[in-house]
Design a protein around this ligand. Structure first.
Ligand SMILES: [Zn+2]
Ligand SMILES: [Zn+2]
Length: 326
């Protein structure tokens, strides 16, 4: 029997990666070479959190409790949190995804070095180094990150591309196991988290969305009108509430701060929201204008035509996506 907020959960995971890609290609066939190249990798990443969840449970891993004072200061849950067991999850993620990642043109020249670092020795041998790398990301330690990349002999941007694919699903598995199905997430309790970056891992969103009306399945009545804004984390896939009319990059809010840019014709709710103060933009989608809910990570990649319009307007992406980087 579905829990009471079933329809809200459905909003977050409706179409598969393959269905979402097919939907984008039906409207923008020009993206076929790129999307088809990444499809196996995107599908493998999407299925990884469920595969890692038993490991998370076995190891007794949980997200730390949310402390309201720390949240009010804008501290993400995993900032400086001890991360025992994360190294084991990352090793498992590397065993699944590294072969696919190494097929990518930009990654292939470093295949041996990456294999040695992520899969060399036993799982216990590699865990401390993998955990240390995760700590660099979660603490925003760019110097530590560069040092690790140099030590490995891999360009920092290639290591970022590879490691995000491993760390993202590991954090998603950790968050999924820690959250009670159908319950409001602790960071969504009224006014607790006000930032434009992720309450779990501190990364910026890849995309924002306005949610759909919520129906109570059992009694078929409207439980919420929809149109509330949420942001979707580019790394761990956490969604959190955010104020409409506020900029996730600089925090300014009020009339005229945020502007919306969209294609003429049937844009299916796809848009780009940009800040007139700091000139940063984030892709978005109004789910009330669509019949289906796509995989948000895939849709963020499918809005590259809006990225081009933004570049012409000299706007900066809030979260540069990996295929703009290569
Ligand atoms: Zn996150
Ligand atoms: Zn701004």
């Amino acid at each position: 029997k579905p829990p009471p907020h079933w329809s809200l959960l459905m909003v977050l995971s409706c179409q598969s990666v393959a269905e979402s890609i097919a939907g984008i290609l039906a409207r923008r066939p020009v993206l076929e070479p790129v999307l088809k190249t990444f499809q196996p990798l995107l599908e493998a990443r999407a299925s990884l959190p469920a595969a890692l969840a038993p490991l998370v449970r076995e190891a007794g891993l949980r997200l730390p409790e949310l402390q309201p004072e720390q949240a009010a200061e804008g501290r993400p849950l995993l900032f400086e949190a001890p991360l025992p067991g994360l190294g084991g999850l990352l090793r498992q993620a590397a065993e699944s995804l590294l072969p696919l990642l190494m097929e990518q043109e930009a990654v292939a020249p470093y295949a041996d070095r990456l294999r040695g670092f992520f899969l060399g020795g036993t799982a216990a041998d590699s865990a401390p180094a993998l955990t240390a790398l995760a700590e660099c990301v979660l603490r925003g330690d760019e110097m530590g990150w560069e040092k690790s990349a140099v030590g490995m002999g891999v360009p920092p941007e290639v290591l970022t591309f590879v490691f995000d694919f491993l760390l993202g699903p590991a954090l998603r598995a950790l968050a999924d196991v820690s959250l009670e199905a159908g319950q409001e997430a602790p960071w969504d309790k009224e006014g607790v988290w006000k930032e434009g970056y992720c309450p779990v891992c501190g990364s910026f969103p890849s995309i924002g969305y306005l949610d759909r009306p919520v129906f109570e399945e059992k009694n078929a009545f409207l439980a919420g009108g929809g149109g509330k804004k949420r942001l979707h984390c580019s790394l761990c896939g956490t969604d959190w509430k955010f104020r409409r009319g506020a900029c996730p990059a600089c925090g300014e809010e009020g009339n005229g701060v945020m502007e919306v840019l969209r294609e003429s014709g049937n844009a299916q709710g796809e848009r780009l929201e940009w800040c007139t103060r700091c000139k940063t933009y984030c892709p978005g989608v109004d789910l009330r204008e669509r019949d289906t809910v796509p995989d948000l990570d895939v849709l963020a990649l499918g809005l590259v035509h809006l990225d081009m319009v933004a570049a012409e307007k000299k706007l900066r992406p809030l979260n540069p996506s990996f295929w703009n980087t290569f």
